[in-house]
Design a protein around this ligand. Structure first.
Ligand SMILES: CC(C)(COP(=O)(O)OP(=O)(O)OC[C@H]1O[C@@H](n2cnc3c(N)ncnc32)[C@H](O)[C@@H]1OP(=O)(O)O)[C@@H](O)C(=O)NCCC(=O)NCCS
Length: 233
């Protein structure tokens, strides 16, 4: 296991009562989730939050990010890119993960032949909101599945796992942005995300190819949910 934290079962975590909210709008701070699933099981995709990334996993993440970019995926780079181009962005993101600010969530394919690369087929970050007054939600960033594994359902498994972790953590919403005109909204809709805002022509892919930036939200609970805010008292 690449994580230095012991896995905790979903069932066991669900049995732990959440801390009581301290006031209106205060997120329910539950124990830090370790993963949405347990040890990788051959034949079954699993999702796991990683707290500390070793060299082998860092190399795998770098290869995924580079290959996804070169396949035309929208994860922050314009192809062609090398691992050297992507490494600074990955390492900066991992600093935030190791500090505990952001979550790194990986999806493993469960395929036996994937063991050599720890089975990690895709990943995403869940970014701590650096703004005061916005602790009840987070950004989901860099959602990606290696091109060799796309279309196997792992993207939805990854997003569902992130949703469960965020819910158990007490978050109310997850936000992410996508580039319009790619059909990605339909993919995210499968995991409960819906469009809540659109910035016309905010992305200039190339001269003459402007795209909207679309903000999607996955609502996990509403402020009037009895588990959140003053209503719980
Ligand atoms: C987008 C991405 C994460 C989806 O992961 P995936 O594992 O291939 O997706 P899944 O196999 O779970 O697909 C689930 C459904 O979404 C659909 N879908 C997946 N990618 C899609 C896309 N780019 N556009 C439209 N629909 C898509 C699939 O067709 C599937 O629908 P179906 O079951 O009706 O066939 C992956 O294709 C990827 O890494 N793309 C490049 C990076 C990227 O663009 N990330 C998004 C940043 S906002």
């Amino acid at each position: 296991m690449t994580d230095d934290q012991p896995p905790t079962s979903v069932a066991a975590r669900r049995g732990t009562p959440p801390e009581r909210p301290s006031g209106p709008g205060t997120p329910v701070r539950r124990p830090d989730p370790v993963g949405a699933d347990l040890e990788p099981t051959a034949g079954r995709p699993t999702v796991e939050r990683i707290h500390r990334v070793d060299r082998a996993l860092r190399d795998r993440l770098l290869q995924i990010w580079t290959d996804v970019s070169n396949a035309g995926g929208w994860v922050g780079f314009v192809p062609p890119v090398t691992t050297g181009d992507v490494a600074p962005a990955l390492d900066a993101a991992l600093v935030r993960v190791h500090r505990g600010d952001d979550w790194l969530v990986v999806v493993r394919s469960g395929r036996r032949d994937a063991a050599a690369t720890s089975g990690v087929a895709g990943f995403a970050f869940v970014a701590e909101n650096d703004r005061l007054l916005s602790e009840h939600w987070r950004w989901v960033l860099r959602v990606q599945v290696h091109p060799e594994h796309q279309g196997e359902g792992l993207g939805v498994v990854l997003l569902d796992g992130i949703g469960r972790m965020a819910d158990e953590f007490g978050l109310e919403m997850l936000y992410l942005t996508v580039r319009g005109g790619e059909g990605l909204e339909a993919f995210y809709a499968r995991a409960g995300y819906r469009e809540v805002a659109r910035m016309p022509r905010a992305i200039r892919v190339a001269p003459g190819d402007d795209r909207d930036q679309v903000v999607l939200m996955h609502e996990l609970r509403r402020p009037d949910d009895p588990a959140v805010g003053a209503g719980a008292a």
